[in-house]
Design a protein around this ligand. Structure first.
Ligand SMILES: Cc1cc2nc3c(=O)[nH]c(=O)nc-3n(C[C@H](O)[C@H](O)[C@H](O)COP(=O)(O)OP(=O)(O)OC[C@H]3O[C@@H](n4cnc5c(N)ncnc54)[C@H](O)[C@@H]3O)c2cc1C
Length: 378
């Protein structure tokens, strides 16, 4: 059986980044993926992902977001690929919106650039936004969106160039520990690793279970769709990425990139699914198009044109919607990164770096305690 210093199970957003940082440190690394990343079966496809720094989900994420942004910049340089577009991100909501309050407090605490705009100021600046008078918005000019599939391509190329091995179309079927090592069984062969990273996205639960870990994860069906939009109002050279916090729903979206149309998704809700039997056809449910079209007709009417395309993707939710990044309580050489709850991509670079440090150094430069598994045990 071949032995590696580290084996990574799941080379998607988090795993591929970790593979790069491990290989860069000269560690013999095997990355195994059930598909051929980037691909359309997990959580990273659909071209783009928003990156925000002043974090509405909790200011404890800000150091992570800033480190992640720094690492994306480094990755752009190292790969020569365009990975980030600084369009700014506009977060909008009602005057008493807790998310916007947290955005403002995050910006203040970490001295991040942030413009707070009234509804009238928003309408004057972006004629394509029909923001009601009892709303306001925060514009984060330093943020924008990442080309998620290209980010994974860049990490893949550089990880392999740095000596990591990548097995694609190889499904890990179970994980096992013995006195010293971890044994990774795939549908074709088994491999031995001194250390292990489990980063299998929507498929994490059964794999972690085979290591005796119970992590509360709910894979959830999500959709995104692109709609024809008036380019003079919504093209990426003049329109930001956006997040709208409504009273009973949350929508996010992207400007029209090279004439793609406006891409939009609904963040809350979605059906709990099994990733192996997921209904992957966009439009199978009326709400796939109906939900987001309804949002556009109200708030961005000139972007509610013909449906251009739709995609089905997976969120893996935790009960508190915060991530789980931790070490196995009995096997410190086993690290897992799971439950990214629909907002993890922006952090993938920092998660890759932090998990590589956890594996090699036993600790990471970023504080991971907020992501501990033990928070669920009480
Ligand atoms: C529609 C949508 C929009 C989103 N928007 C944003 C956004 O704007 N900003 C943001 O920050 N985040 C966003 N997210 C969330 C973000 O994309 C995810 O949190 C992130 O991609 C999760 O990464 P991952 O590594 O856990 O999963 P993945 O990237 O899916 O990687 C998991 C990998 O594990 C592999 N795998 C699974 N099982 C096995 C096995 N048994 N053997 C071998 N390999 C296996 C899979 O093939 C896959 O490649 C969005 C997600 C979706 C679905």
């Amino acid at each position: 059986m071949q032995t590696y210093e580290v084996i990574i199970v799941g080379a998607g957003s988090m795993g591929m980044a970790a593979g790069y940082y491990l290989a860069k440190r000269g560690v013999s690394t095997l990355m195994i993926d059930a598909f051929d990343p980037p691909h359309t079966m997990g959580s990273h496809h659909g071209d783009t992902r928003i990156i925000r720094h002043a974090y509405g989900e909790g200011k404890q994420y800000v150091p992570f977001a800033l480190r992640a942004q720094e690492l994306w910049r480094e990755l752009e340089e190292a790969s020569g690929m365009k990975l980030f577009s600084q369009t700014g991100v506009l977060s909008a909501g009602a005057k008493d919106c807790a998310f916007l309050q947290e955005v403002r407090e995050s910006a203040e605490r970490y001295s991040l650039p942030l413009e707070v705009l009234s509804a009238r100021e928003v309408r004057e600046r972006w004629a394509g936004i029909n923001l009601p008078d009892d709303f306001y918005a925060c514009l984060e000019p330093a943020s924008g969106y990442l080309y998620s599939e290209n980010c994974i391509r860049a990490y893949r190329d550089l990880a392999v160039a740095s000596g990591a091995e990548l097995l694609v179309h190889t499904k890990v079927t179970s994980l096992q520990t013995d006195q010293e090592d971890v044994i990774v069984h795939t549908d074709s062969q088994s491999y031995r690793g001194k250390k292990l990273l489990v980063s299998a996205g929507a498929w994490n639960s059964p794999l972690l279970h085979s290591l005796g870990l119970s992590v509360p994860l709910v894979p959830t069906r999500k959709t995104v769709a692109w709609f024809g939009a008036e380019e003079s109002l919504y093209s990426s050279d003049r329109f930001p990425a956006f997040v709208f916090q409504l009273s009973d729903s949350i929508y996010y979206g992207f400007p029209s990139i090279d004439g793609s149309g406006v891409k939009i998704g609904r963040h809350d809700g979605g059906q709990a699914i099994d990733p192996d039997t997921l209904e992957r056809t966009f439009g199978s449910f009326l709400s796939d198009e109906g939900d987001v079209r309804g949002f556009l007709e109200t708030y961005m009417p000139q972007a509610a044109g013909a449906l251009r395309q739709g995609r089905v993707c997976i969120y893996t939710m935790t009960p508190d919607e915060h991530f789980v990044i931790d070490r196995h309580p009995e096997h410190p050489g086993i690290v897992f990164a799971a439950g990214f709850s629909g907002h993890g991509f922006k952090f993938a670079s920092a998660v890759g770096e932090a998990t590589s440090q956890l594996l090699l150094d036993g600790t990471s430069t970023l504080d991971l305690s907020i992501f501990s598994l033990s928070r669920f045990s009480s």
